[in-house]
Design a protein around this ligand. Sequence first.
Ligand code: HEC
Ligand code: HEC
Ligand code: HEC
Ligand code: HEC
Ligand code: HEC
Length: 403
Amino acid sequence: MSSRAVRRLSTSLAVVLVATAAGGAETVEDFVRRHWRAPLAAQGTAPARFSTLEASLRPESCGTCHPAQYADWRTSWHAAATGPGVAGQLVEMLESDPGSALGCLGCHAPLAEQSPLARNAGRLVPNPVFDPALHREGLPCAGCHVRGHQRFGPPRRDGSLASVAPRETLPHGGVTRTPAFLSASFCRGCHQFGTDGTTLNGKPLENTYREWEVSRFAREGVQCQDCHMPDRRHLWRGIHDSEMVRSGLSIEVASPRGRVGAGDVVSVTLTVRSVRVGHAFPTYVTPKVVLRAELVAATGELIEGSREERVIAREIALDLSREISDTRLLPGQSATLRFRRRLPAAGISARLTVVVYPDAFYTSFYEALLQQGAGRGAAQIREALEATRRSPFEIFRRVLPLS
Ligand code: HEC
Ligand code: HEC
Ligand code: HEC
Ligand code: HEC
Ligand code: HEC
């Protein structure tokens, strides 16, 4: 059986039994609930036989023995989850509204050791096990793989859960293997907001797991990991990566046949279809995708006033008070831009492009935040704002001679 088939089998069954450390059995759902209990408990003291390296929660420590995963993870958005946009907001929030700040950290830096504050008898106090360097690592390896210094991971690639050698002889006491790592529910805690938070037009701001759950991909047993961790790579590419975005879409142009000349009306269509995106395209409220058509002269110069656009996005107000529009594509859906124009002269072409703005909402949001005054976070917010301005890219371009 291929590893893909093993994975589908093990994750699509409703009741999958998982061997626990205690030797009992639990379902994937039970494991996920226990593993992602919020907030996570501190790891406690490492077993005495652990070397300093095995006891360390720092990703670079894991990386000395797992260099491939470390190299991938380093380039991922998970590693950047406490980047300037988040950190810049947290500086002031940790003082003005520490409860909400801890809520952000629950997804952006989930280990107890990453939080400057801890709860003690309902009060927030300085956290005795706080590690500021680990705080800056976003979602580190240990956030997904380590609880109470015990390692958890997926089944071996052949599907087996057994240990190759007595666990006490292996580094960090070996691994507890569970098919829960192959299941979309492993990602749910952070990629699905609860209905107790902000909902606009009946939908939480982030509804990715739910969108996936009702899609054909869930019915076919295709998990988040199958698309976002192919061959178990730790890259988690998404809306910021042009190849990843293209992999989910088919893009087609239909143009007039035969000869047309100056004065004729031509009509061209540009269609984007979601064929392999496992949720709404795009899933979050922050990106925007623009289908664009315009006329250009033989010199490549844009013909003034000829541009037409169609937006694919879930646009919301900056203060999160309302949804302005939702034109996202559910799996299988398509959006078409119909471009009809009278040709002003000969030698004219239509230029068709599809442009992705991964951080469109944040550009306006950070501008507004800086205007209001971002306090001691201002320098980081400015850095994040600049990054949102650099992030757009084109995934499609065709110049179509019309006459
Ligand atoms: C001293 C070297 C060393 C360090 C440090 C180390 N590991 Fe490991 N790790 C290993 C070895 C060797 C195995 C293979 C054990 C086995 O096959 O059961 C392993 C296995 C694993 C597995 C299961 C891999 C698989 O093949 O399915 C995971 C997950 C894991 N380690 C995570 C971590 C994390 C997270 C850290 C840091 C917090 C870490 N390790 C630090 C040596 C190390
Ligand atoms: C502990 C919380 C947490 C878990 C668990 C988690 N993620 Fe994430 N993920 C995040 C956060 C936070 C971000 C945004 C990081 C940032 O840019 O600040 C993110 C970003 C992403 C992105 C976005 C990349 C982009 O282009 O914007 C993808 C894809 C992704 N995660 C996939 C997954 C998958 C698949 C799983 C399950 C195997 C998973 N995540 C589990 C917290 C989590
Ligand atoms: C339930 C988990 C969760 C919580 C709680 C959460 N986030 Fe996020 N956040 C995410 C995920 C997942 C993404 C990536 C979303 C995507 O691309 O679908 C993200 C993306 C972001 C980004 C854009 C990426 C970046 O690094 O610039 C910012 C900024 C951000 N969150 C700030 C916050 C702040 C501030 C809070 C607290 C008020 C917060 N988040 C609470 C999960 C969460
Ligand atoms: C967002 C959660 C998450 C983070 C962060 C994460 N991993 Fe993983 N890791 C997973 C999942 C899920 C799998 C199983 C993926 C699959 O089989 O599709 C996995 C698999 C592995 C494996 C087994 C690989 C194999 O080829 O069998 C190792 C080793 C590992 N991770 C180590 C690490 C290390 C080291 C880091 C940090 C540099 C890290 N992980 C960060 C979720 C995570
Ligand atoms: C069939 C493949 C497929 C599956 C299954 C899938 N995704 Fe995606 N995902 C994509 C593609 C392609 C993109 C890039 C286009 C986009 O951003 O929508 C993407 C983008 C993302 C992003 C970037 C943010 C955004 O606004 O789009 C996040 C976060 C994400 N996926 C998380 C998940 C999670 C969590 C799951 C499981 C519940 C999942 N994905 C299941 C293919 C998939």
